[in-house]
Design a binder for this molecule. Structure first.
Ligand SMILES: [Zn+2]
Length: 511
C-alpha cells in the first residue's frame, strides 16, 4: 500500500527537506486528498488578524475539518510544519492572471507566491459572456479558483462599437444595463470600470451610476481603476465615493496609488477623505500592490488623448521621468523592449519629449501593441496606503508579464513591508491577503483557516519568504513558499507546480 509507506516516510521537517522529496516519496498529490492530510505543529496564522498559535490542522476532501492538538490517523498523510507558517491561500482581488490561463493552467506565477484565488474582469475589461468563460474553466480547470467582475469597457464596446468617443445615449445605457444583468445572473461579483481607458474614459459619471444601480439590485459590488490616478486624482476618488453613496453598494479603489510628484506625501489626506466617506456610511475599500512603478500604456497619461508637446512635457516632468519609463512592449520595434525612454532618446539623438511623441505616433500608425513600466511612486506612500485597515493586497499581475508583480507582489509584502520595514505585523499582512480580501470581494468560506472552510492553504517559511522577480527578470519565482493547496489538493510543492487542477469558478454569493 502506498499510503502507509508515505505515513512513515513523510514525518519530515519541511524546513530541512524540500517538499519535492515529499512528492517523490508519495507519488502525485492526488493521494493526499484521497486519504486526508494533517499539518502538525504549524504556526497557524488564520487570516483574522489574531496572533498566530501552534496547532495541527486536519483536511478531508476540500475542507478544513479540525484544528487543535490532533493525533495522526490511519490513511492520513502528515505534513510536519514545525517552524513554518500555515495561512489561508492568498486572494488576489485585482488580477490579470486569467490571460493565458487556459494554456498555463498550473498558474505558476500565482501559486508560487501563495495565491489560490484570483479576481479578474478588472479595469473595465472582462470576457463576455462570462458564462462561456466559466464553462471553459469548468471543462478544463486551472490550479486556482477564479471569480470575475463584469467590465464596463467590455459592455460599452459591445453596445457602441467604434463610435465610442462620446457620452452614451439613454438607449445605449439601457442596452449596457441589460448585458450587465446577464453577466450578474451568470455570477459576476459586480461591475468593474477602467475610466482612464477607452472606451470608458468617454462615459459620463451618470452612465456608471446607472449601471451601478443595476448591480445594487442583486447585492453586488463596484471596483474601479478610477478616472484619474494623477491630475484629477481627488475628483476621481469623489466620483467613486458618490457611486457608493448613491447606490449603497460597496466600492473598491483598484491599485490605489500616489503617482504624481505633487501627490507624493499626501497619503494622510487621501485616507482622511476615505475615512470621512466611511464615517458617512459609504463602504469604501482599496487594494494596493507593493511596487513604485505601474504598468500601462504610453498614452494613459494623456487624459484628453491629445498628444501635444505640452502634455508630454508635463508627463515626463511630473508623472514618469524618461529614465523611469521602461518599454514592456512595442510592436513597431520589439528591440526597444527592456530599454528606457531615456536610452531610446539617446540612441535617436533627440530629446525625450520628441521621442516619446514619435513612439506614440509609430505605434498608432500600425495600430500596434505597446506597454510601459513607469516608476512614479514612493515606498513611503505605498507603505502608508497599504497600512490603511481597509486596504487589501493585490497583484495587478499576469502569468507571463513584464511587471514583476505577476510573480512577486504577495511575497514582496511579506519580505519588504513585514520583515524589512516593519510596517505591520505578519498577522496583519496575512489578514490583508486573505480574510479582508474575501470580505472586500464578497467571497464566503475562503480567506480564513477555520473548521468547515475550504482548504485553500499556503505553507511558508516566515524567515526566508521573499520575492525574486524584478523588471529585468520579471518571471522569477519567489522563495520560501513551501506548499500551496487549493480545495484540499496540492498545486505547488516549493520546487514547482504539481499536476493537480482543483481550481473552481466562484460565483457571487456561492450561486
Ligand atoms: Zn488598472
Amino acid at each position: 500500500m502506498l499510503v502507509p509507506r508515505c505515513r512513515t516516510q513523510l514525518a519530515v521537517s519541511f524546513a530541512a527537506l524540500p517538499l519535492l522529496a515529499f512528492l517523490g516519496a508519495c507519488g502525485t498529490g492526488a493521494d493526499e486528498s484521497a486519504s486526508g492530510l494533517l499539518f502538525t505543529n504549524a504556526d497557524v496564522v488564520d487570516g483574522t488578524g489574531t496572533p498566530r498559535r501552534v496547532a495541527d490542522v486536519r483536511i478531508r476532501g476540500d475542507r478544513v475539518v479540525e484544528i487543535g492538538d490532533l493525533t495522526l490517523e490511519d490513511n492520513e498523510i502528515e505534513v510536519d510544519a514545525t517552524g513554518l507558517v500555515l495561512a489561508p491561500g492568498f486572494i488576489d482581488t485585482h488580477s490579470h492572471h486569467d490571460r493565458g490561463l487556459t494554456r498555463m493552467r498550473d498558474a505558476l506565477a500565482a501559486v508560487s507566491q501563495g495565491i489560490t484565488t484570483i479576481i479578474v474582469g478588472q479595469d473595465g475589461g472582462s470576457p463576455l459572456p462570462l458564462a462561456d468563460f466559466y464553462a471553459e474553466l469548468e471543462a478544463a480547470p486551472a490550479a486556482i479558483n477564479v471569480a470575475a467582475y463584469a467590465g464596463h469597457n467590455s459592455l460599452r464596446s459591445t453596445v457602441m462599437g467604434d463610435d465610442f468617443r462620446r457620452e452614451a445615449t439613454s438607449e445605449e445605457v439601457d442596452a449596457m444595463r441589460t448585458l450587465l444583468r446577464r453577466e450578474l445572473d451568470a455570477g459576476a461579483l459586480g461591475l468593474s470600470t477602467g475610466l482612464e481607458y477607452e472606451p470608458g474614459i468617454y462615459s459620463a459619471p451618470a452612465e456608471v451610476v446607472a449601471l451601478a444601480h443595476e448591480v445594487a439590485t442583486v447585492g453586488g459590488r463596484y471596483i474601479s481603476h478610477i478616472r484619474s490616478e494623477d491630475r484629477t486624482f481627488f475628483e476621481a476618488l469623489e466620483e467613486l465615493i458618490d457611486i457608493g453613496r448613491e447606490t449603497g453598494i460597496p466600492v473598491q479603489i483598484s491599485h490605489l496609488k500616489l503617482s504624481m510628484k505633487s501627490l507624493w506625501g499626501r497619503a494622510d489626506e487621501t485616507l482622511a477623505l476615505l475615512e470621512e466617506a466611511r464615517a458617512e456610511g459609504v463602504d469604501v475599500t482599496a487594494d494596493v500592490y507593493p511596487y513604485e512603478f505601474w504598468q500601462s500604456t504610453m498614452t494613459v497619461v494623456f487624459p484628453e488623448r491629445e498628444f501635444t508637446r505640452e502634455v508630454a512635457t508635463f508627463a515626463l516632468a511630473e508623472l514618469v521621468p524618461p529614465e523611469g519609463m521602461l518599454i514592456a512592449a512595442f510592436e513597431p520595434d520589439p528591440s526597444y523592449v527592456g530599454m528606457t525612454l531615456a536610452e531610446i532618446a539617446q540612441q535617436r539623438g533627440k530629446d525625450p519629449v520628441t521621442v516619446y511623441l514619435e513612439l506614440i505616433e509609430e505605434v498608432h500608425a500600425i495600430d500596434g501593441r505597446e506597454s510601459i513600466i513607469a516608476r512614479s511612486m514612493t515606498e513611503e506612500d505605498i507603505a502608508a496606503l497599504l497600512s490603511w485597515p481597509f486596504t487589501n493586497v493585490s497583484s495587478d499581475g499576469s502569468l507571463a508579464g513584464r511587471h514583476p508583480r505577476g510573480f512577486g507582489a504577495f511575497t514582496r509584502v511579506l519580505a519588504l513591508h513585514v520583515r524589512e520595514r516593519g510596517d505591520f505585523s505578519l498577522e496583519t499582512a496575512i489578514h490583508k491577503m486573505t480574510a479582508l480580501a474575501a470580505e472586500n470581494t464578497g467571497l464566503s468560506d475562503r480567506g480564513t483557516i477555520r473548521e468547515g472552510a475550504f482548504a485553500d492553504l499556503v505553507l511558508f517559511d516566515p524567515a526566508t519568504v521573499a520575492d525574486r522577480a524584478t523588471p529585468t527578470d520579471p518571471n522569477a519565482p519567489s522563495v520560501g513558499i513551501l506548499g500551496v493547496w487549493v480545495n484540499g489538493e496540492r498545486v505547488y510543492s516549493g520546487e514547482g507546480t504539481t499536476d493537480n487542477r482543483p481550481g473552481r469558478v466562484l460565483r457571487r454569493g456561492g450561486m
